[in-house]
Write a protein that binds this ligand. Structure first.
Ligand code: NAP
Length: 310
């Protein structure tokens, strides 16, 4: 068991790395940010900068772990390289561009003894654990998921998100599925989907989905990236004991007994979990949310909608 600080490198200094990974590493005494892999010099004193992971692993300071914050389409090669050197890997969500590649990484991690962690940040939102506990012995009658946001505000100029493997509106939508698959007492599967895709893009801008849980309760999901004004990241669960509602992406929980709101815990929670897994010599790779998205692409009807330009 390692008791020293975990020397971690961030790969891909985009929005999520800067907004969440850097401060979460700085705020956790288990870690030291040792290096950054980026096309641009991040100008961080005391932190080594390399343009490629290969160069960092060959010529840089020793590291124990990497946090892969690139788009999903380029993550497999990076993860496989890190694991081949015995370096622990934190995969941003979604864990990959395909299910098969994530399966290969899982097998590689098992063989190498390094930790592979597929992080689902929304599962660490403050309301999710108490919601899961409350639902554990309830009968679920129906579930409604509404995830509507303004893509121009949240993903300006992110070309990769519209390309194959970038998931389009499922990039945020998979966060809702990561909560629902963790929180609901029964598994569910897709029965129908309509994917609305701009004629000039490869990925959907909106989607309507219907699922059914293993006891027959309907689960509906409304995803739309064309929302202006108030944004919605809401899940409402009707049960035999009343209504549970989770708002603001999981931060605000309302039960029949009242409202609970807590501070943001998502990324500090992810890094705490990653450290626990590393110290225990374990991996955690749940691909259930990605499976449901893959099934939507497999079984859904595609509808062409008007062009989208940034
Ligand atoms: P982003 O702002 O576009 O940053 C991605 C970074 O990855 C780029 O800045 C670049 O790093 C690096 N990169 C390597 N290959 C690339 C390529 N082919 N195309 C574009 N960038 C490439 O994306 P992001 O919003 O941080 O999202 C990254 C991952 O985190 C995604 O899987 C996303 O789903 C997930 N995530 C995002 C958010 C969010 O709110 N944005 C929240 C949670 C999770 P350098 O500039 O350093 O070279």
């Amino acid at each position: 068991m390692t008791t020293n600080k975990i020397r971690v490198a961030i790969v891909g200094m985009g929005k999520i790395a800067v907004d969440q990974h850097v401060p979460s590493i700085a705020g956790n005494p288990d870690y030291v940010l040792t290096a950054v892999v980026s096309s641009r010099d991040p100008a961080m004193p005391g932190v080594a900068w390399h343009k490629t992971l290969q160069s960092l692993l060959d010529d840089g300071p020793a590291i124990d772990a990497v946090a892969l914050c690139t788009p999903p389409q380029v993550r497999y090669e990076l993860a496989s390289l890190a694991l081949s050197r015995g370096v622990h890997v934190f995969l941003e969500k979604p864990p990959g561009a395909t299910l098969a590649e994530v399966g290969l990484l899982e097998a590689q991690a098992t063989k190498s003894g390094a930790t592979l962690f597929a992080g689902w940040h929304s599962r660490f939102a403050a309301g999710v654990a108490p919601a899961r506990a409350w639902l554990a012995d309830r009968r679920v009658d129906s579930v409604s998921i509404v995830w509507r946001e303004d893509v121009r505000h949240w993903h300006p100029g992110q070309a990769w998100i519209w390309e194959p493997g970038g998931l389009g509106v499922f990039d945020p939508g998979i966060n809702a599925l990561s909560i629902a698959t963790h929180m609901l007492p029964d598994p569910f599967f897709l029965t129908a989907a309509t994917l609305s895709t701009p004629a000039n893009r490869a990925a959907p801008i909106a989607a309507d989905l219907t699922f059914r849980d293993s006891r027959g309760a309907p689960v509906t999901m409304d995803l739309d990236w064309r929302q202006t004004g108030p944004q919605s990241w809401d899940i409402v669960v009707e049960t035999d004991a009343g209504t549970l509602s989770l708002a603001k992406g999981g931060a605000v929980l309302t039960l029949p007994s009242g409202v609970e709101q807590h501070d943001d815990e998502e990324y500090p929670g992810l890094y705490a979990r990653f450290a626990t897994l590393i110290r225990a010599g374990e991996s955690e790779v749940d691909v259930t949310p990605l499976k449901l998205v893959a099934d939507a692409f497999l079984r859904g009807t595609r509808v062409a909608v008007e062009n989208f330009d940034d």
